[in-house]
Design a protein around this ligand. Structure first.
Ligand SMILES: NC(=O)c1ccc[n+]([C@@H]2O[C@H](COP(=O)([O-])OP(=O)(O)OC[C@H]3O[C@@H](n4cnc5c(N)ncnc54)[C@H](O)[C@@H]3O)[C@@H](O)[C@H]2O)c1
Length: 429
């Protein structure tokens, strides 16, 4: 229309049209300005639309800042797919339906503390129950502030009421100097302690796993040892408090299964080593490493031709978890069949530590088994388990650990009359 008017008119009309266009442009500018003005004052509908997007932006920034502030003050593992801040271990976030409450008796000990690490990292609630006879708080200290973790100072010889889904029953001194220190207490721990845990399992319908031992085979006449071998144990020798204690604990497990339908698992553990072993536990691996690192004599009891098979602790923990969560309920050997004479093993450790130690021989200890090697056919077949850490790799980690312990604490006398005795609970008869 404007174009038509323009073409149809003379210069005066053209001026009029130009004027009209200017008025129109001015009008449009005023409207536009007006709307910009509303944005800044926040009154009109355009304004509320833009300011709500601004609000969203501001809110999201504030929210993420608050979240970051919260996370920075959260205890270990507090976020999602969490970092356990002090120990650096990742904790999986499990849904309520998948998260179990798991009791680990003896959880502050060597094996127990590694098992606790795995269960915590898998996102379960873990209750450690320990009397700290041979276990140490520092083994689990890195979980103490985590909301999924609880530490109870308690002796398994006394009953306890807890609500749990699974029980890993490890509480028992495991090395000869420790279990022979107070043999009556060792017997009570294995018998009354296991009875109490079975009573608890029965009450709350929890599955219970007992950490039994290759010691149930005694000084074996069958080699390697399958689970079907009944053993050769001296019932009145110095090792009997432990060996027979574990044998009767196994008997109780299957009596409760038969009579009370308790869901049981029994692991027969062979020699295990790794970081957090007690320096004074008197076992071959810790003794030899500590002696070699200090260039002291590596002491072998007897002629050293007795054999042992050693598994690294992470392999054991994997085996325990598979046994607990699988369907197989008969006793199962968990060990590494890689067999060494004690003589060869001492030379191996001397070489790995580049030690100048001499190797010396002491009098053989009573009832020391001549041969030890697990037959792990059952574990392979039923659990799909076998060790994956070779002895050399495991030893390197253990040597590094004990080197750190020596750096921190100075000289260690691992064995003999000058060795330090266990401290903590567990002395009452
Ligand atoms: N490490 C091995 O080579 C090996 C071999 C065979 C069997 N096992 C079995 O595995 C389990 C763990 O052995 P480990 O090497 O970690 O030994 P460990 O001595 O380091 O751990 C045992 C834990 O049980 C606790 N404990 C002992 N008596 C207790 C009681 N009455 N009440 C509460 N807590 C008690 C100790 O304080 C310690 O924390 C034991 O049952 C042991 O018999 C270990």
């Amino acid at each position: 229309m404007i174009a038509q008017a323009y073409s149809a008119s003379g210069p005066s009309k053209r001026n009029l049209v130009i004027g009209l266009i200017c008025v129109l442009v001015l009008f449009l500018l005023v409207i536009n300005n007006n709307s910009l003005g509303v944005v800044s004052s926040g009154g009109a509908s355009t304004s509320s639309k833009l300011s709500s997007s601004q609000e969203e932006l501001i809110n999201s920034r504030v929210k993420s800042e608050v979240e970051a502030a919260l996370l920075s003050h959260m205890p270990q593992g507090g976020g999602s797919a969490k970092m356990a801040s002090d120990n650096g271990l990742q904790v999986t976030e499990l849904s309520e339906s998948k998260r179990m409450r798991i009791l680990v008796t003896g959880g502050a000990g060597f094996v127990g503390s590694h098992l606790v690490d795995r269960l915590m990292m898998a996102g379960h609630e873990v209750i450690v129950l320990d009397n700290f006879f041979t276990g140490r708080k520092k083994n689990v200290m890195h979980w103490v502030n985590h909301p999924n973790f609880q530490l109870i100072s308690h002796d398994v010889v006394e009953p306890i009421m807890l609500e749990v889904d699974q029980i890993y029953h490890l509480a028992c001194p495991a090395s000869p100097p420790h279990y022979q220190y107070n043999p009556v207490k060792t017997i009570k721990t294995s018998t009354m302690g296991t009875l109490n845990m079975l009573g608890l399992a029965k009450r709350v319908k929890a599955r219970i796993l007992l950490t039994s031992t290759s010691e149930v085979y005694g000084d074996p006449e069958v080699h390697p040892q399958p689970e079907t071998y009944w053993g050769n144990v001296n019932p009145i020798g110095p090792r009997a408090c432990y060996d027979e204690g574990k044998r009767v604990a196994e008997t109780m497990m299957y009596a409760y299964q038969k009579q009370s339908k308790v869901d049981v698992r029994v692991a027969r553990i062979f020699n295990t080593f790794g970081p957090r072993m007690h320096p004074n536990d008197g076992r071959v691996v810790s003794n030899f490493i500590i002696q070699a690192l200090q260039d002291k004599d590596i002491t072998i009891y007897g002629n050293g031709e007795q054999t042992r098979s050693f598994q690294y602790v992470s392999d054991l923990v994997e085996g325990l978890i598979r046994l607990m969560n699988g369907d197989y309920d008969q006793p199962t050997n968990i060990g590494n069949p890689d067999e060494y004479t004690v003589n060869d093993f001492s030379k191996f450790i001397k070489e790995l530590t580049r030690s100048s130690s001499k190797i010396s021989h002491l009098e053989a200890t009573a009832d020391d088994p001549r041969k030890r090697k697990p037959d792990i056919t059952v574990a392979k077949r039923e659990l799909g388990w076998e060790p994956v850490v070779d002895v050399k790799t495991g030893l390197a980690k253990t040597i590094e650990y004990f080197a750190g312990v020596l750096d921190e604490g100075g000289e260690i006398v691992p064995t003999g009359p000058d060795a330090s005795k266990p401290k903590g609970g567990g002395f009452s008869i």
